[in-house]
Design a protein around this ligand. Sequence first.
Ligand code: NAD
Length: 489
Amino acid sequence: MQTKLYINGEWVAPVEGGTLPVIDPATEEVFHHIPAATAPDAEIAVAAAREAFDNGPWPRLTGAERAKYLRAIAQGIRDRLPELAHIETRDNGKPLPESEWDLSDAAGCFDFYADLAEELDGEVEEVKLADDRFASKAVREPLGVAVAIVPWNYPLLMASWKVAPALAAGCTMILKPAETTSLTALELGAIAEAAGLPKGVLNILSGKGSVVGQALVEHPQVDKVAFTGSGPVGSRIMATGAKDVKRISLELGGKSPFVVFADSDIEKAVEWIMFGIFWNQGQVCSATSRVLVEAPLYPRLLERLVEEAGKIRIGNGLDEGTLLGPLVNKSQYEDVLRHIDRAVEQGATVACGGRHNGFDKGFWVAPTVLTDTALDSDAWVEEIFGPVVCIRPFDTEDEAIRLANDSRFGLAAAVMSADEARCERVARAFRAGIVWINCSQPTFTEAPWGGYKQSGIGRELGRWGLDNYLETKQITSFVSEEPWGWYLK
Ligand code: NAD
């Protein structure tokens, strides 16, 4: 495991020498220390990325040449997948098969953007003008030095969603992983180095968001900040970046609804509701944490959900058969428990779950189902970011849509029904950037990802993810033999 920062193709100690402990959330054991970068490291990394962009080969390579490096990184992740998955689970707590899944997706993301890098070559769009004395075309070019700031819930995967398209576009980048889960992001530096990535193209600074993250966002030589994380930090980044008109893309939180109609298969509904909120311990921005069930199905569905939630195997993510690991750290754990206590104070009933006392150490919360949550209660309105679902009945389709959309967030939404036309109608009525029909959460590198309303700005993944790192330039030529005729009549 790395102990240094990756800057300008070298492994260096932080200028001010700080470190942060790495704590296994299942055992509370400190098993490593990561370097804690501060403002002087940000300064050096931005200078390296700037130099690599302004004078280095990277943005001038063809897309096909850049694609080779991206594919080598994808292969590098695959070659080390078991080891990286083990590290991810110890760092984050998630069950090992989920870490393997994430890392395989991360590798796939580099391959996907390698293909798009190749497609950029020779991409020229003729622009038809009303005036035939001119010919015009539009070309797309890398936008410069980008900073990626990512959260702890999918450590290497969230990093890959930004690093892969940025490199494919020809940008250079500084990656700032979350201070709680930086291990695999630092390993990405070793993988990029082994892939022969030119120096300065990718720089990786672990450290506190309020220190090194803030320094990167404030830096005038940074052209773009791509951020995934909480709403308050996203809003602050936008305000800071506005000073020098940085390009900003934000992937923020959610409180996503799942509308289940009475004609649904009850077992399928239970399975997808559980996957929608308990997967990754519910620490998923798009988790469907508000479930609305058509009244005739509600009592039986609630009963089955509580039965099945109680069977979920809780344990160390490294143990075989674990489906729900610990929450990522102490503060997240305390936060989720506070949310559950507050829900009860505000009149909710805990149908199952809450604090899990089965282990001496670690940050455990059992799969929790809350009923009777008032529409204005915190549990119904605020993102909890843990394995906690609120469930309530509804009577009509209109009511379900109104309740589903009654949120300041608009990241995701799901609908389940045997009636295809109704699913389509409700899908279109949701004010959310990601909609699932008859499922919840499956995520594909090819499809756009991002939120309406306060869930963010811009889209990641797919071709939309590449757009985040490109500028569009028009090149217009005067092709007429006639004089322009302004001065010389
Ligand atoms: P967070 O906002 O606390 O931290 C995210 C990142 O921002 C971390 O790397 C952190 O170090 C950094 N940071 C903190 N303060 C900063 C500052 N002042 N300047 C610059 N960087 C700073 O969020 P978190 O707790 O790590 O993640 C949970 C949140 O992320 C949830 O709200 C969740 O919904 C959201 N999320 C969204 C998506 C999505 O795709 N929309 C995906 C995953 C997580």
